[in-house]
Write a protein of this length. Structure first.
Length: 311
């Protein structure tokens, strides 16, 4: 395949979404906000200027293996928050085809009952194979939704494709890992990755056999500060208690000042992800020159990436 023509000039135009956000606040509808999100989604993450929000918004990441009922749980949380008079934003990251880059965007279909509501905004993104199953633009879109002033809580549902989704922890204030009874070996796979970073572990479909054993398993094996709860999202059982626990955590984060430190950690993690993305782009579109070994090739890529970033 021929190399794609590429230069620093292709990455030099910055996107300022402040005018669109101001228009969104004036018209009060979702159309202008959707347009701003589309522009951010189609821009490189380092080329977007987003104003600081007037107040922080609780951003909750919801992840877990396929079939754990994440979308049903998200739907129930939307209802719980909206019924309490809060405005809810939902960012659903769908899997992309590794060949075409296309996504099923099935989460938006499953959340169709909430479309058109003034107090609920649903947006789907394609992961495009980016690190941790999160679209590289998702981080900026979360900041954009927070800066819009139109959300009281933001739910980010990530792809549950079995891979380690550590990136969700760098994106959200609270990480919710959803699992189900009888997951067997998959539980161990999860435990080896994101479970150590989760703030909540939700044993969903708790009406199934083995729910109590799964709860006990997590309670005995986890050595860090994590809340384990059970729900049956299909019926709504346990959802009010989960929302209350999430709200209590947000009060603790904002009241004790720990939200500032957590977000500084998020910024450092985000800088690492952006650096990875930048180097990957330079490696894909650059030339190795006369490098003859892998060591020389890596050195050439890093030098070129650094030079282009400084320019």
């Amino acid at each position: 395949m021929a190399a794609v023509a590429w230069s620093v000039a292709d990455l030099s135009e910055r996107l300022d979404v402040a005018p669109l956000l101001e228009r969104h606040r004036q018209d009060g509808g979702w159309r202008t906000l959707s347009r701003a999100i589309t522009l951010v989604e189609n821009s490189y993450p380092w080329d977007v200027d987003i104003p600081q929000p007037e107040r922080p918004v609780h951003t909750i990441g919801i992840t877990g293996p396929p079939g754990s009922g994440k979308s049903t749980l998200v739907g129930r949380l939307i209802e719980a928050y909206a019924d309490a008079g809060q405005r809810v934003g939902v960012l659903a990251v769908d899997p992309s085809s590794p060949v075409s880059g296309g996504a099923v965007l099935g989460d938006r279909v499953r959340m169709e009952p909430f479309l058109g509501r003034d107090d609920v905004y649903v947006r789907s993104l394609a992961s495009r194979g980016s690190h941790g199953a999160l679209a590289s633009s998702a981080r900026n879109i979360v900041r954009l939704l927070e800066a819009s002033g139109s959300m009281d809580v933001l739910l980010v549902e990530t792809v549950g494709a079995g891979q380690t989704e550590v990136a969700v922890a760098s994106l959200t204030d609270t990480v919710v890992l959803v699992t189900v009874p009888g997951l067997g070996d998959a539980v161990q796979a999860i435990k080896a990755g994101l479970v150590e970073m989760a703030d909540f572990i939700i044993v969903n479909m708790a009406d199934r056999p083995g729910a109590a054993e799964t709860m006990r398993h997590f309670g005995l094996t986890l050595g860090h500060d994590v809340t384990v709860k059970k729900t049956t999202a299909a019926t709504g059982e346990g959802i009010p208690e989960l929302r209350e626990a999430l709200d209590s955590r947000w009060v603790e984060l904002t009241g004790g000042g720990s939200i500032e430190e957590r977000r500084r950690e998020k910024e450092r993690a985000e800088a690492t992800l952006i650096a990875e993305e930048w180097v990957r782009l330079c490696a894909r579109n650059g030339a190795a020159g006369e490098a003859r070994t892998i060591h020389e090739t890596v050195g050439t890529i890093l030098e070129e990436a650094a030079a282009r970033w400084r320019s």
